[in-house]
Design a protein around this ligand. Structure first.
Ligand SMILES: [Zn+2]
Length: 276
């Protein structure tokens, strides 16, 4: 059976579900995290399919909660719409909270309290943030639009401003996403990225032209890395899973590979309750 483990992530197969975890984040017992794979139809649904499949989605959340040892009542999931909006969450949710009204058009969550964030992904980049000193966590959805809007940088800046985080204490992990090998766009999108990020000194490696197809390939992971480095994150604390969702489409939901009907993988990032 295929195993996606590499120097940065470990591929777990447990109780009929499969998920990835970052070796670096596993060093911190106070946090809970994973990226679920599509094995055995594990799917948390998209904004459009959630309502129809909510019973099976809840069962899937129950399975992953059991594996990672948390209570699904702690789950908070925003209604993501590719914004650059990052919200700071208090310990204010006591029910299984999927799409609470006040978390509509929100694509990043931060907290220093005990909450479990579940965001959904099918090619977009999940950014896991952890301030190891101030114990602040973040789960940030950065698709190409979010990357163009710099949501990863906005999230780190919010940690610095609102939680007094020091950049050198922050770990930033990029989960599986559509990588440069498959993120192929037309000139209009390429131009938006070039215009926004022309000051990056590796912009010519980030955006490359493929004359055979008359398409451009964009390395969003390099952009996100540059953005968090600009705020002072240390090189060794910026970790990429190295996994492309389209290359691994047999193991994970991918929008490019499966289109409109693609399911969703979830990135979970949370702080463990002391007494459950
Ligand atoms: Zn690929």
């Amino acid at each position: 059976m295929k195993d996606l483990s590499n120097e940065n992530v470990v591929h777990i197969k447990k109780d009929n579900i499969e998920y990835l975890q970052f070796r670096k984040l596993l060093q911190y017992e106070e946090i809970i995290h994973c990226y679920t794979l599509s094995k055995n139809n594990f799917d948390v649904g998209s904004n459009n399919t959630y309502e129809i499949n909510k019973e099976s989605i809840k069962e899937n959340y129950e399975k992953i909660a059991k594996c990672l040892n948390f209570n699904i009542k702690e789950i908070i999931r925003p209604y993501q719409t590719h914004t650059n909006v990052v919200k700071c969450i208090k310990n204010e949710y006591n029910e299984y909270s999927i799409f609470p009204k006040e978390l509509t058009d929100v694509d990043g969550l931060l907290t220093d309290e005990e909450n479990i964030f579940s965001l959904s992904y099918a090619d977009c980049t999940p950014i896991y943030l952890y301030d190891t000193k101030k114990k602040v966590i973040g789960n940030i959805h950065s698709g190409w639009q979010g990357t163009l809007k710099g949501i990863g940088k906005i999230a780190v800046q919010t940690m610095i401003n609102n939680y007094n985080s020091n950049a050198e204490d922050i770990i930033c992990c990029f989960g599986p996403h559509i990588k440069k090998c498959h993120f192929e766009v037309d000139e209009d999108v390429a131009n938006k990225f070039r215009k926004k990020y022309e000051a990056m000194n590796d912009i010519n490696d980030i955006i490359t032209y493929n004359p055979e197809k008359n398409k451009y390939n964009i390395d969003t992971q390099k952009i996100n890395t540059n953005l968090v480095k600009e705020l002072g994150l240390k090189e060794e604390n910026i970790i990429d899973s190295g996994i492309c969702t389209v290359c691994q489409k047999d193991l994970m939901h991918s929008y490019r590979a499966n289109g409109e009907n693609a399911g969703r993988n979830t990135a979970i990032m949370g702080k463990r309750r002391k007494n459950i």
